[in-house]
Design a protein around this ligand. Structure first.
Ligand code: UN1
Length: 493
């Protein structure tokens, strides 16, 4: 199957475009071919989105929201079908794939509700017989650049607030996971979303992404992905005076204090470090443990990891699927080699699985390093795989300092039974998300999602905060005095 772009409500064949195969990372099977679009297709999609936007902005928000309800119901109807495809193209295990589709359903219904809110503000005027209010106005054409690790959920965090607020969208999904975008486009068509409101253009970041970011008719770029690419998007977007919303990396830690419920901590660590094979921006990749419980925690972790099953995520007994592709596998191996060469101790794992039945896919063992020093590469850089570093500390203050010493600030977590420590931690952990007695993953769609420092640029996906990305405030003054009233004139004189 050769995928087609979805532009202006139509499937566009573009036979002359070069294609690349979409590969199942679990077994190397080719699932489809994806076209590599060029500037022409971007121009076409932006033109369609621009012309649709004028009409779309005039559709009352509660009516716009009705399409989102329909999209949510369709996603629900197709949940199992979509989850199966998601596991095939991305590799995450089936229960997680179902969970991700559910995130998309939740986001559709949540943002549909926004159609009847989109609250603005009324404010007293300085002058008599004058009314002042501020409303959220749509901005125009929004470009979405989304990653392969959450091919549906992250796109819905961006597309749905944009659409309900009266914008139109041109979406470039990751070239690794185009099938989810293709399925979403089918849903846009099935629910009769007016043509041009949501367009999908397949291609690489360097061609399609760049063209979208510089296009004069694109007003907002919403990007989730690596810091390296995000900085380029910010630079190019800045040059063209675009509003750019960035969600990038993490180096998230679980802090385990000496009074923690260790069993709970182990469960939280295993789930957030090795779920999705560690390929979440929110994944735990550091364990900051109080020295008095380090040995016990390590023993328990090794025991817990020995029970994790690795393999094709379509098998419901499997807990850890493959990583996305060969280059990810090599990058993870590279970091493990650096960890060893810098003097960290390998507690468990450390190898890519290359013998049958794993030889056709891209599998890496759950890996834990211990005796990691905070300045080692594996303690500072994002690995984006199932690799965790244990760093030992003497106190809560030191734990917080270590947590905050990395260049990222997405998620953090602390396990303790001391309410005072927990409140200090929630205040002082410098991340956009803090979990108390839970792992670092599992953000809910109705809360702001994003991070401090190198994780982003101050914007948030999800929750009400997402509306700030996709709207501009418009202040409206209504003078009903029947005379010219002049503000900022000194009335004493
Ligand atoms: C991501 O990896 O970028 O909080 C998104 C979580 C999920 C989303 C992760 N709800 O782990």
């Amino acid at each position: 199957m050769k995928l087609q772009n979805f532009i202006d409500g139509k499937w566009i064949a573009n036979e002359d475009l070069q294609t690349i195969p979409v590969i199942n990372p679990a077994d190397g099977e080719q699932l489809a071919e994806v076209p590599l679009s060029t500037k022409d297709q971007v121009d076409e999609a932006v033109a369609a989105a621009k012309s649709a936007q004028k009409k779309w902005a005039l559709v009352p928000a509660p009516r716009r929201a009705e399409y989102l309800y329909e999209i949510g119901f369709k996603l629900k109807e197709k949940k199992e079908y979509l989850a199966q495809i998601l596991t095939k193209e991305m590799g995450k295990v089936i229960e997680e794939a179902r969970g991700e589709v559910q995130e998309g359903i939740d986001m559709a219904l949540y943002m549909a509700g926004e159609g009847r809110r989109l609250f603005g503000e009324t404010t007293p005027s300085e002058l008599a017989d004058k009314f002042a209010m501020s409303v959220r106005a749509p901005v125009g054409v929004v470009s979405l650049i989304t990653p392969w690790n959450f091919p549906i959920a992250i796109a819905t965090w961006k597309a749905f607030p944009a659409i309900v607020a009266g914008n139109t969208v041109v979406w470039k999904p990751s070239i690794e996971t185009p099938l989810m975008a293709y399925e979403m486009a089918k849903i846009f068509e099935e629910v009769g979303l007016p043509k041009g409101v949501a367009n999908v253009v397949f291609g690489t970041g360097t061609s399609v992404g760049t063209e979208m970011v510089k296009h004069p008719d694109v007003k907002i770029i919403s990007f989730t992905g690596s810091n390296e690419t995000g900085s380029k998007v910010a630079e190019l977007g800045g040059k063209h005076l675009k509003k750019v919303s960035l969600e990038m990396g993490g180096k998230n830690a679980v802090i385990v204090m000496d009074d923690a419920n260790l069993q709970l901590a182990v469960e939280g660590i295993v789930w957030s470090a090795f779920g999705t094979a560690g390929q979440r921006c929110t994944a735990c990749s550091r364990i900051i443990v109080h020295k008095d419980v380090k040995d016990e925690l390590e023993e328990m972790l090794v025991e817990a990891i020995s029970k994790l099953t690795i393999g094709n995520g379509l098998d419901p007994t499997i807990k850890i699927g493959p990583v996305i592709n060969r280059s990810a596998l090599e990058k993870i191996q590279h970091y493990v080699d650096i960890g060893k060469s810098e003097g960290a101790t390998l507690l468990v794992g450390g190898r890519a699985l290359t013998a049958p039945p794993f030889d056709k896919g891209f599998y890496f063992e759950p890996t834990i390093f211990t005796d990691v020093k905070n300045d080692m590469t594996i303690a500072q850089e994002e690995i984006f795989g199932p690799v965790v570093s244990i760093i030992s500390v003497d106190s809560l203050e030191e734990a917080i300092e270590v947590n905050n010493s990395v260049k990222f600030g997405l998620s953090s977590s602390i396990f303790s039974q001391d309410i005072n420590k927990l409140f200090i931690a929630q205040r002082d952990l410098d991340t956009g998300i803090v979990y108390i007695n839970a792992g670092t993953t599992g953000a809910e769609i109705h809360l702001p999602f994003g991070g401090t420092k190198g994780t982003g640029n101050g914007h948030r996906d999800s929750g009400q905060a997402a509306l700030d990305v996709y709207t501009e405030w418009k202040s409206i003054y209504v003078d009903y005095s029947g005379k010219l009233q002049r503000a900022q004139i000194d009335i004493e004189n």
